[in-house]
Design a protein around this ligand. Structure first.
Ligand code: MG
Ligand code: MG
Length: 272
């Protein structure tokens, strides 16, 4: 069942989401060749606790860490370890925080040093597809409209859309109804209504859409070993329109990226 949120609950969710946004911004400074993902994990846990929240993933379904860190051909759910990042890697970082009983949950794929132009393109298209999905999160549109927008855009570049993993409703539980697939048919699926809060999270592969799971029971990688990208935002449906609860602005500040991509979906009174 979809749990509709009150305006007060949505404000609490914004708080949780902004803690994750700031955590990813802090990590943007640290993601360099030579750093280990375990070090990033420790920094994130400390940062989240210092902001009066609890790590959202730690212990959830028995996940062992604060961050999911998935380099290169790993799609999602990678476990932090002692392997240092190398020049030219990409690293998908997914982070959750729990505060006031509500979760924030979003993700960004970072470049480590100088990255191959074809991989840069994958990241650019995957992130653009996230905003195409967000644009469809409107009153009376359906889950299939959103999935179709992401799928048709990313497939037009020859990329593979992961089928087994999807976005989701978000709230007092990390994964609420409805599921938000990154593929679908226009006009199909559940209708969007005001007060819904969802996580939209395209997981897009440079090659095949097929995936494999590591023996660790968590890590998902592409079946052909080609790179994969993952970007995730948290969005509330307010007055018929999508409003971002999360922001990549803290990341962009560090990486000196100028972008207006979030502007149409921002609450006018909120300065990130
Ligand atoms: Mg999620
Ligand atoms: Mg996530």
């Amino acid at each position: 069942m979809v749990k509709i949120k009150t305006p007060e609950e949505i404000e609490l969710m914004r708080e949780s989401a902004l803690i994750v946004s700031k955590t990813l911004g802090m990590l943007a400074k640290e993601i360099q060749p030579g750093v280990t993902t375990l070090k990033l994990d420790q920094l994130a846990e400390t940062f989240i606790r210092d902001h009066g929240a609890a790590p959202g993933f730690l212990g959830l379904y028995d996940f062992p860490n604060t961050l999911c860190v998935s380099p290169n051909e790993q799609v999602v759910h990678g476990i932090p370890n002692e392997t240092p990042l190398a020049e030219g890697d990409i690293l998908s970082v997914d982070c959750g925080a729990l505060k006031n009983g509500f979760y924030g949950d979003h993700a960004y794929t970072f470049e480590v040093g100088e990255v191959d132009p074809a991989v840069k393109k994958l990241l650019e298209v995957t992130k653009a597809s996230l905003y195409r999905g967000i644009a469809q999160f409107r009153q009376n549109n359906r889950v299939g409209d959103l999935g179709h927008a992401i799928q048709s855009y990313t497939e037009s570049f020859g990329y593979g859309v992961v089928r087994e993993l999807v976005g989701h409703g978000l709230g007092e539980e990390m994964h609420e109804s409805p599921e938000i697939p990154n593929y679908g048919r226009k006009g199909r699926g559940k209708k969007f209504v005001n007060g819904m809060v969802i996580a939209i999270e395209p997981m897009i592969n440079q090659g095949t859409k097929n995936i494999k799971q590591f023996k660790d029971g968590w890590t998902i990688k592409t079946a052909d070993g080609k790179p994969s990208a993952h970007f995730e935002h948290n969005i509330a449906l307010i007055d018929g329109k999508p409003e971002l609860l999360s922001t990549f602005d803290y990341i962009y500040e560090v990486l000196e990226i100028v972008s207006e991509e979030e502007a149409p979906y921002r609450k006018a009174s909120v300065k990130p």
